[in-house]
Design a protein around this ligand. Sequence first.
Ligand code: FE2
Ligand code: FE2
Length: 501
Amino acid sequence: MSAINYAEKIPNNVNIGGDRTLQRALEHWQPRFLQWWGEMGPSDFKSADVYLRTAISVDAQGWAHYGATKMPDYRWGIFLADATPERKIGFGDAMGQPVWQQVPGEYRSTLRRLIVTQGDTEPASVEQQRLLGHTCPSMYDLRNLFQINVEEGRHLWAMVYLLHAYFGRDGREEAEELLARHSGDADKPRILTTFNEPMSDWLSLFCFTYFTDRDGKYQLKSFAESAFDPLSRTCRFMLTEEAHHMFVGETGISRVVKRTLEVMKEIGSDDPARVRAKGAVDLQTLQKYLNFWCSSSLDLFGSEISSNSAAAFASGMKGRPDETQYEDHVLRSSVFEMTLPDEKKEQVPMLNALNEVMRESYLKDCEIGLKRWNRMIERAGHALRLTLPSSRFRRSIGPWAGVPVDPQGKPLEKSLYEKRLSEWIPSPSDRAFVQSLMQRVIEPGKMAGWIAPPERGINNLPVEYEYVRRRSWSSWTISPGVLPNGKSSARSTRRKRTTAA
Ligand SMILES: [Fe+2]
Ligand SMILES: [Fe+2]
């Protein structure tokens, strides 16, 4: 088991000190990363002490270290899971051959593109979430947001390490570009659409961490199977960090449902207008947020039929999540039956249908939370059930792109679709309502009125623990800078402290 060396400027467990050129290149990138964090990371919490976990080793006990840290002092570094001795390629045409410790020339540009696309999502989400600290529903939630943010920053380090260590000059240039693109920027946006969506409320954050971080889990799992061993080892460790992000999403939505059910009981009504009047999120609005973020995240898997995914699998670059669960690892002779928009069934070579295979197993994984939330709703005696939208709904990639279907996947007239869309995804007035609930609550242990407290605190500490300490909470300045929607905020806004609900 490799311990992490924190004595070096860049903490790592891959002995970067043994390669002076690499070390110099990364030490050159490090101040640029810190500058990016300063400008695009969580706004206005640079001097706050945050109760964060830091990895001290890459095994299961590696998260033993928790303590108060100022975010800019977080020890971002390069941590790879331990190598599996004699590891062999587990799928594709080269199955059974030894894994690659270097990038084969013929796969260089494809692998670089895959790593850059993954790497781009990591800082993008930090940028999307940078202002959320201002409207946190509790100090516990604020801490969780910052934990996610520093870990997404570390995920960027993970991908930048691969680019620097294995892709020469092209890799170094790509690493610079990862800091130059910004979420929602009109000229230089992030690569994938979901990571350019503005995120101005915590309901969106919980949906994002439930659906979009789960896409991240699936991508990382498929890279963990890769024949390019450094990529596999990097992603295996990233997965241990990702689990917390999805936990925040799942428990966040659970707490919203719980609070809404309490309010419904209190007022003896499930009328959405009355639930809203009591300052809770009505379940119909929650459903719209689920539809929005789930459908947006479904596009991240790519087109239903894809020769790129076929090539990535056949070559060994990218497998399926948990590849060992399947029987056939070569897929040269299997087919996948796909239903296309004209209801025509098509037999597609399985290799070309892998994006869809992944999307289907992702949706199954998404169902787990839905079942839990629906059990809560059922126990409270209400008939409504939350659902996932059909994978055909609101797609912008693949054969269903632009095809007007309702959230159940039923085709309808385009004009009717456009008219009804605001019944299915948040309308401007839904967003304005959710925004109106976003009042900052920072007294330790107190919760905003729209969310129930968590069942337990962090690392066995009580929920009331002071997870984030800053010198003064009484006045507040939003720094001018780039907002998640890419527009620059020219003025500073001073806000009054809001007391806990
Ligand atoms: Fe990540
Ligand atoms: Fe994540």
